[in-house]
Design a protein around this ligand. Structure first.
Ligand code: PLP
Ligand code: SF4
Length: 357
């Protein structure tokens, strides 16, 4: 199973096949049997699971849990709210817009794996939100909106599309004079690193006026393998910038040791941390959600000053009015008539004079 298509033809989405890789707990088995939910993963990603530990961070992201039945803090119609779909200007279903100069362009509702914490689960897992994902209709809308300079291609996972479809979307976008950059959000370098093969490199590679940026989603250092490192290197060697958008997940990456290691390991495979997302209010994912302050605290206690600033993502909460950055205000401890006082990660303090306007 050395090619991405072989991996996808052999996705693990039955209890029997999963049992070849892990010893399921009775709870996991009950969840798999009784929850009526889309689930599945690649053989590659499944092979990273711990056979005996149900707390394995890979297992928890992939195997459904009975806790998905609970929904105290999840919003029904979360994605409609988050993507502003009920209000505002009329747009094709494939276009989500929060900002003046950029949009998210959803081109597919399938993924290589179905993450239990997915904030778009109403579309890709529960599938009760039906969107018409017509690429040409979206391209036409982008062509007509000259203020759009940045298109973020998302899904599902857009790298699940065949090479010729990806080539078509990229080519059509590059033909639009007001497009200055193209971005992809994909988990494939993590869950299906075979995807970044010669064919895809041919489609994406080379020098162009309109560059491509890729953001992957890696949530735990265990997800980082030699194959992922190679996939990232292949993207970079094509001239593509690679960043990471992780999701803050309770019991998976919300302790300082794991959190620091995750960001250090990302840099060690040439990936620059971009965003850390607060886990959104999608229905049935309460068990992954922390208090909102947790992300800022982790950056304060695990990253800032403790390791290079290159390792620091921006912590954001995604809302109906866009992404809101949340920084810890820990460093800023006092303001007098004449000076500000700050502390560093060791608790040492220093002052700066207040300069009048
Ligand atoms: C996240 C997002 C973007 C991209 O935001 P950046 O901060 O530029 O990465 C664009 N449009 C929508 C609707 C988004 O949710
Ligand atoms: S790959 Fe992305 S869109 Fe697909 S299930 Fe995971 S988080 Fe959701």
């Amino acid at each position: 199973m050395n090619t991405w298509l072989e991996q996808l033809r052999n996705v693990i989405n039955s209890i029997d096949r999963l049992k070849d890789f892990v010893n399921l707990t009775p709870e996991e088995e009950e969840a798999l049997r009784t929850l009526n939910t889309t689930w599945g993963t690649t053989p590659y990603f499944t092979s990273l699971m711990d056979r005996d530990d149900p707390n394995c961070p890979i297992r928890k992201q992939v195997i459904p849990s009975l806790q998905e039945r609970r929904n105290r803090f999840g919003m029904s119609d979360f994605l409609i709210w988050k993507e502003n779909r009920a209000t505002g200007e009329k747009r094709p279903d494939s276009i989500a817009r929060h900002y003046h100069d950029r949009i998210a362009f959803t081109v597919i509702d399938l993924c290589a794996i179905y993450c239990r914490h997915c904030f778009r689960k109403e579309v890709v897992i529960d599938r009760d939100l039906k969107l018409r994902l017509d690429v040409d209709e979206g391209l036409e809308w982008i062509r007509e909106h000259v203020e759009i300079r940045d298109v973020l291609i998302t899904g599902g996972d857009p790298f699940i599309l065949p090479d010729d479809k990806i080539e078509y979307i990229v080519r059509k976008l590059r033909e639009i004079p007001h497009i200055e950059m193209i971005r992809f959000g994909t988990r494939t370098p993590i869950v299906l690193p075979h995807r970044v093969d010669e064919g895809l490199m041919k489609v994406l590679g080379g020098y162009h006026r309109v560059p491509i940026w890729v953001n992957i989603q890696c949530n735990h250092p265990k997800e980082i393998t030699e194959m992922t490192a190679k996939a990232v290197y292949n993207l970079l060697s094509c001239g593509i910038n690679v960043g990471n958008q992780s999701v803050l997940l309770k019991g998976i990456n919300d302790d300082t040791a794991t959190f620091r290691k995750l960001h250090q390991r990302l840099l060690s495979i040439r990936v620059r941390p971009y965003y850390l997302f607060y886990c959104g209010a999608a229905p049935g994912i309460d068990h992954f959600r922390t208090p909102v302050e947790k992300g800022s605290e982790l950056i304060r206690d695990a990253i800032r000053g403790h390791t290079t600033g290159l390792a620091q993502p921006m912590y954001v909460v995604s809302t109906n009015i866009g992404k809101i950055p949340l920084m810890s205000n820990y460093y800023f401890v006092e303001k007098t008539e004449t000076e500000h006082r700050f502390i560093n990660h060791k608790g040492q303090s220093t002052v700066l004079p207040i300069i009048p306007e």
